[in-house]
Write a protein that binds this ligand. Sequence first.
Ligand SMILES: NC(=O)c1ccc[n+]([C@@H]2O[C@H](COP(=O)([O-])OP(=O)(O)OC[C@H]3O[C@@H](n4cnc5c(N)ncnc54)[C@H](OP(=O)(O)O)[C@@H]3O)[C@@H](O)[C@H]2O)c1
Length: 256
Amino acid sequence: MTGVDPHHLVVLVTGGTSGYGLATATRFLAEGARVIVTGRRQARLDAFVAEHGDRAHALCFDVRDRQACIDALDSLPAPFDAIDVLVNNAGLALGLQKAWAADLDDWQTMIETNCLALATMARLVLPGMRSRGRGHIVDIGSISGSWPYPGGHVYGATKAFVKQFSTNLRTDLVDSPIRVTNIEPGASETEFSLVRFKGDADRAAATYDGFEALRPEDVAEAVYWATTLPPHVDIARIELWPTRQAPAGITVGRDG
Ligand SMILES: NC(=O)c1ccc[n+]([C@@H]2O[C@H](COP(=O)([O-])OP(=O)(O)OC[C@H]3O[C@@H](n4cnc5c(N)ncnc54)[C@H](OP(=O)(O)O)[C@@H]3O)[C@@H](O)[C@H]2O)c1
């Protein structure tokens, strides 16, 4: 069985300025692919391109802005314009209050970023993939799309959307060689908690106290593996946990 040769791949990673996205972009570059990274932090994007040279390209835009997504993709020069792999990774959790106390702006940002922007990016790259007769969309979901936790309400719901969107995409694409993979990691040490707790570094660090969380490179490995398997193999879902994290089971709210 011959896998996909990474040297022939153009990979677009949304949210490539930190965490999983940066690790995934770095991994593909190390394997010889061409990589486009996106994000809103221009300085980090510039540093990435400066470090990796002409096999790297950067696009600075907010994925929540549909026209900005369209313009960014339209601006891609050859050969970066023929995207083989879209890693739909940009996303975030905001806050951990119970649902009745949550910030409605946080809910809107999570839904717009994790659901609408992710679907929009897929919609925009799919016509090119279909016309070239190859492609792979990797949607980064989360264990929280399947497993609840207190304060996870909308974040978990956005990742359940990612799961179902990925499954439905596979159904639409079954007449083509285009693959779709939903990767659902557990707790990982990235900037995720710093973002969730709005810059509170102590609270973010406490998230990872006392156990070894996943590293961005662990998730990058899963993305790389799924996308370089032979073309007739589609890994539909990967649930990737830290060894010391597990679902806590069903609970009861008792009186008194
Ligand atoms: N860490 C975890 O425990 C964990 C677990 C399961 C799933 N996930 C998911 O994994 C994905 C990556 O998260 P991470 O842990 O790597 O967090 P991270 O280090 O905070 O990275 C998030 C990335 O998303 C980008 N991003 C966020 N909002 C954006 C927007 N509106 N427009 C453009 N880019 C945006 C950020 O770039 P800029 O700030 O430069 O825009 C950044 O590059 C997310 O979808 C997250 O929900 C994380």
